[in-house]
Design a binder for this molecule. Structure first.
Ligand SMILES: Cc1cc2nc3c(=O)[nH]c(=O)nc-3n(C[C@H](O)[C@H](O)[C@H](O)COP(=O)(O)O)c2cc1C
Length: 241
């Protein structure tokens, strides 16, 4: 009986052809509860940690770059309004040093609005191929216009024009309007340098905590939290996974 039912199922998929393959994909997707991955690549021990979380981050970031991961500098930025309504989106880390982690955006966007109301934000990197995540909590501060100009000048011309066209996070009527605006700005600044739009610039996230997470077998992951103390030293604690 089992033999005949397996045969019947196989026949159905053969008859359905490529539609059968699609159907099978959908059936698999429906079973996401069964998606499971054991993390076995590495461990993180206290004795391996750098006392300085910026140096620890630099090491992991370098390893993410060396592993040729796509967009290792992509990070999720979580913000919350004054009413504690959260929101998050991906942004690109453009540089970091001991002063903090810098990304660029539109100062009239939803994220900027939330940062104005509440400057406490969270950054999250997930380097899946390394089975690692890093969470950074900190205070977001606008960088100086001079610093934004310096970075803006390094952007490709198309991105510079794009920054002028998009009133980020506002509702627009069509893509056509966006493209018309792009052509208009392109004409306007023909044969000259594109200046920094007044609503565009960087934020620096000044961290007060870092968490380094390394996936381990049986969900017994390694987690280390660095918290900044009043005397600017960093306390390191292991957290339960
Ligand atoms: C990988 C990736 C990188 C992104 N980098 C940026 C960025 O650096 N700055 C930015 O403003 N938006 C970036 N975006 C778009 C944002 O995710 C988001 O759509 C936009 O900033 C508007 O967000 P908001 O409406 O919450 O302010 C990126 C999106 C992706 C998927």
């Amino acid at each position: 009986m089992e033999y005949f039912s397996s045969l019947a199922i196989a026949l159905i998929f053969i008859i359905l052809g490529k539609h059968g393959a699609k159907l099978w994909e959908r059936i698999k997707i429906m079973n996401i509860g069964n998606f499971r991955k054991e993390y076995t690549l590495n461990g993180l021990r206290r004795k391996d940690l750098n006392r300085d979380p910026f140096k620890q981050f630099e090491l992991w970031f370098q390893q993410a770059c060396d592993a040729n991961l796509p967009e290792p500098n992509a990070m999720s930025l979580a913000t919350a309004s004054v009413l504690a309504e959260p929101s998050q989106r991906m942004v690109l880390l453009k540089y970091f040093d001991r002063k903090g982690f810098v990304f660029f955006t539109n100062y009239e966007s939803k994220k900027a609005q939330q940062i104005t109301e509440n400057s406490q934000v969270s950054l999250l990197f997930f380097w899946v191929a390394l089975e690692r995540q890093v969470q950074i909590l900190g205070n977001a501060v606008k960088i100086s216009t001079a610093e934004s100009i310096k970075y803006f000048a390094t952007r490709p011309r198309g991105s510079q024009i794009g920054a002028w066209c998009s009133q980020q996070s506002s509702v627009i009527s069509s893509r056509k309007m966006l493209e018309m605006k792009f052509d208009e700005i392109k004409r306007k600044f023909q044969n000259q340098e594109i200046p920094l739009p007044s609503a565009w610039g960087g934020y620096r996230i000044v961290p007060h905590s870092f968490e380094f997470w390394q996936g381990r077998q049986n969900r017994l992951h390694d987690r280390f939290l660095y918290s900044c103390s009043d005397d600017d030293s960093w306390e390191i604690q292991r957290l339960a996974p």
